[in-house]
Design a protein around this ligand. Structure first.
Ligand SMILES: [Zn+2]
Length: 357
């Protein structure tokens, strides 16, 4: 029963969808322009800018479905704001062009670190790790597990202060970083197969496959559970995703050897625009070889997002969310929200102008 309910409520409101789409389109435009001009301008040679974006489909679905893992004391509140946490699931990606600290929060290149150090990383708090490795180096190779923990503290604080706006914003944000931490290609410097002649695999795994096949996934993940050691939990996700990395790359390579170029790729038409993409046949075969891996990682993300929301609420002393149900954003808050989003979009186009100089 719950599962049926889950499917029904997935679709966000049109207006917000159009707004997200416009912002996303802006980022896509600038990204494709970047690819054409990256040799021309040193700005684009910064590796962090080259990280591909998660499709917003996966992030939105994960945040939305996490609401259904919550206990009754939290469910009503989150259900009321389900469109907000869905729509804003992609904010962290959209902020990347406007906020320079943003990019490293989405990934960690585990293979950048020597075996001995890599094994110790999960045992270090942020403070400890910055005593051993410079912040520059850490930022260059990504900080997602520590950032999840940082978000956890902030969300707990927002619950403690009963600050509805921040609770909602941070819930959407932490959901995003958790989903990223569960993607195998977010744990390697070969994040888009660029080191192994498999360019495009990032979007293939995390956007194309869920878009094609996730309607048949089982997203019933049970109830959220309290996390005793959030930092450890974040690392478990990263290490679990990393353990799946080999199959992501190896299977694609094996399958490519069996396909001619014109069979591996096909053309899709979407909203009147024709784009080259992995063919249906290739996608189906690859998806079958991965044996539910994408579904497993999406399920793990949904459960983990619910677990973190619950844990923050419990650690804040279980504030009565029913008392916050009457919250409506003020006109000023709404305008500030709109303005901030517009500024991200403006930044995308400003970057383009800078590049033209
Ligand atoms: Zn991301």
């Amino acid at each position: 029963m719950m599962k049926r309910g889950v499917k029904k409520v997935f679709f966000p409101k049109w207006k917000s969808l159009v707004r997200s789409s416009l912002l996303f389109l802006g980022i896509i435009l600038i990204s494709s322009w970047k690819i054409r001009t990256e040799n021309r301008h040193p700005l684009w040679q910064h590796p962090l800018w080259e990280r591909p974006l998660w499709g917003f489909f996966g992030h939105q679905r994960i945040n939305r479905l996490a609401v259904f893992t919550l206990p009754p004391e939290m469910f009503k509140f989150y259900k009321k704001h389900i469109d907000f946490v869905t729509e804003n699931a992609v904010n962290p990606d959209q902020r990347r062009y406007a906020v320079k600290e943003e990019a490293p929060r989405h990934f960690i290149d585990l293979d950048n670190y020597a075996d001995s150090l890599r094994k110790k990383l999960p045992t270090y708090s942020w403070k400890e790790v910055t005593e051993k490795i410079s912040e520059d180096t850490l930022n260059r190779h990504g900080i997602v597990p520590w950032h999840i923990n940082f978000m956890k503290f902030q969300l707990t604080e927002a619950f403690r202060k009963r600050d509805v706006r921040r609770i909602l914003m941070l819930s959407a944000d932490i959901g995003h970083y958790i989903a990223d931490a569960n993607v195998p290609l977010h744990t390697t410097r070969n994040y888009n197969g660029q080191l192994t002649n498999q360019v495009g695999i990032h979007g293939f795994w995390e956007s194309r496959l869920p878009e094609l096949f996730s309607d048949n996934y089982d997203f019933f993940v049970g109830q959220a559970e309290y996390i005793k050691t959030p930092q450890k939990r974040a690392w478990q996700a990263v290490l679990g995703a990393n353990a799946a990395l080999d199959s992501v790359l190896v299977f694609e390579r094996e399958l490519t050897a069996q396909f001619s170029e014109d069979k591996k790729f096909g053309f899709d038409e979407r909203n009147g625009i024709t784009t080259k993409n992995y063919s249906k046949d290739f996608s189906e075969r690859y998806h079958a070889m991965l044996k539910n891996q994408v579904e497993r990682q999406m399920r793990a993300s949904i459960k983990m997002v619910g677990d973190f929301w619950l844990t923050c609420w419990i650690d804040a002393g279980q504030p009565d969310l029913a008392a916050l149900l009457n919250y409506q954003p003020t006109k000023a808050e709404k305008e500030a929200d709109e303005e901030e989003k517009k500024s991200w979009l403006r930044r995308v186009f400003d970057v383009r102008k800078e590049g033209d100089n």
